[in-house]
Design a protein around this ligand. Structure first.
Ligand code: AMP
Ligand code: MG
Length: 481
């Protein structure tokens, strides 16, 4: 192997019970779909190198550089509220960590790279559709300013994976600040392995919270990051769809782009995931679910927060209760920016919820409604089936802006910087996947390129701004498994 990639083995150096050591399973015929040049450079990698046969062999898992120490990570988790003591990477292999151009450690993981001891009944593989979906969605989220795992590359395997129907197989190279999850802590807590918990806390602190003092400091850091993350999701109409505790990171990055989707017509009860029958992970439930998950993290950490159990429960509970205020503040900050407001006023909450209520009543597209505030108001009102109702709200909004010596016109630049024109709309993602499945990647390429600058006006790409027509609408999304 001629590739020289300076992988570190930080996670792999943890004791044996943290992982299983194994290499990816080689695939029949690797085919290059896409290398993310910008991200490769961020990681100190030469994108052209990744596109050579040697690079492709690495991205497909067919060869492992000498510097890598491949492992599958152990974790547990609550899935839809039900406890599963042993999940783990069933179809992913961590190759190691790289220090990026800003000096931060980043995990490099192959997803869809073959079975592991954690695969249970699964085949360890991924289909091309879900891999492209994750590529599009995670990169779009990054461009939208959301902390997220990233997609470094997508390759095809030349093999078929069997799902409801046979699909072309693919491997995604996922980059993360780390792949530590709430479920990683739960795994050791459930085994009563306090020593491992201590090791994990130290590892997570070094990685994500160097200032934190002990397990409580770590918990507080995770809560703060998740409060900001969920508020950001809400401000974009993002519905994760599978907020199981194994899909909630310690880093505060969005992870696991399975059934996620962006809301179109605003309705807080929106659910897309076909497996979320009871709407547990509906748009409006996300903050509450985050608290539920963080309470699981807090519970797992109790033995390492304080040897005195009552004392540990007291301080951990207080920390989890802190989510509500942190989230509320982050939510207000996000939505104030979406209304072009630079200062805070007590009336802002009602002004924001008033706008959302109008949207819900009229079934107006969430993204377009906010984006239009940065256009001429005569344009904005055309989105509304009942423009007088919008006019009445816009009067209140203008009055509030006037208190900042601003107007809807003067706030335009700020409004456009806070409200994206482009989101990965479900029907466009599906369209890109369908074309790719028949060998035409041009639709995928265009969508990825447009979503790199979601806040810019792109008059030539306005077709990608439009919500789905009724016959195009995607009613349900499916897990990537
Ligand atoms: P997810 O729904 O992606 O969060 O995955 C939940 C669990 O199922 C994790 O332990 C995954 O590693 C595992 N898993 C998902 N798909 C597969 C697959 N095709 N083969 C093996 N394990 C899988
Ligand atoms: Mg997962």
């Amino acid at each position: 192997m001629t590739l020289h990639i300076p992988f570190q083995a930080r996670y792999a150096a943890l004791p044996d019970r943290f992982h299983a050591r194994l290499a990816p399973t080689p695939v029949a015929k690797p085919g290059l779909v896409k290398v993310n040049h910008g991200l490769a450079r961020e990681l100190g990698l030469d994108p052209a190198m990744l596109e050579t046969p040697d690079g492709l062999a690495l991205l497909a898992g067919n060869t492992v550089p000498d510097s890598a120490t491949p492992v599958a990570q152990a974790y547990a988790g609550h899935q839809f509220g039900g406890w599963n003591p042993a999940l783990g990477d069933g179809r992913a292999i961590l190759l190691g960590e790289l220090t990026d151009q800003t000096g931060h450690l980043r995990d490099v993981q192959l997803k869809g790279s073959g079975p592991t001891p954690f695969s249970r009944m699964g085949d360890g593989r991924a289909g091309l559709g879900p891999v492209l979906r994750e590529y599009i969605l995670s990169e779009a989220m990054h461009a939208l300013g959301v902390p997220t795992t990233r997609a470094l590359a997508a390759v095809t395997t030349g093999e078929i994976v069997l799902r409801e129907t046979p699909l072309p197989g693919a491997v995604l190279t996922r980059i993360a600040a780390s792949h530590l999850r709430v479920g990683t802590f739960q795994y050791f807590a459930a085994r009563g392995d306090t020593e491992a918990l201590q090791t994990l806390v130290a590892f997570a602190i070094a990685r994500h919270d160097p200032q934190a003092e002990g397990a409580l400091g770590l918990l507080t850091g995770v809560i703060a990051r998740q409060a900001r993350l969920i508020a950001r999701w809400m401000s974009l109409g993002f519905i994760h769809g599978v907020m199981n505790t194994d899909n909630m990171t310690i880093s505060g990055e969005t992870i696991d782009y399975g059934p996620c989707a962006f809301m179109e017509a605003y309705d807080p009860k929106t659910v897309y995931s076909s497996i979320d029958q009871f709407g547990r992970y509906a748009y409006a439930n996300q903050p509450e679910i985050a608290v539920w998950n963080l309470a699981q993290l807090a519970t797992s950490l109790l033995p390492v927060i304080d040897a005195n159990r009552d004392r540990a429960v007291e301080v951990a509970t207080e920390a989890v209760q802190g989510f509500a205020d942190a989230y509320e503040a982050a939510w207000l900050q996000e939505f104030r920016a979406k209304l072009g407001l630079a200062t805070a006023d007590d009336t802002d909450g009602p002004l924001i919820t008033g706008f959302l209520k109008l949207m819900a009543e009229a079934g107006v597209d969430f993204t377009l409604a906010f984006r239009a505030l940065g256009e001429d108001l005569s344009v904005a009102r055309e989105l509304w089936p009942n423009p007088e109702v919008f006019d009445a709200w816009a009067d209140q909004w203008s009055t509030r802006l006037a208190a900042e010596n601003a107007t809807p016109q003067s706030a335009r630049t700020a409004l456009k910087a806070a409200n994206p024109a482009f989101i990965p709309r479900n029907h466009r993602v599906e369209e890109a996947i369908q074309h790719a499945m028949s060998g035409d990647y041009s639709v995928f390429e265009r969508l990825v390129a447009v979503l790199e600058t979601p806040f810019a006006d792109q008059p030539q790409n306005e077709d990608l701004m439009a919500p789905a027509q009724p016959h195009e609408a995607v009613q349900a999304t499916f897990c990537g498994t």
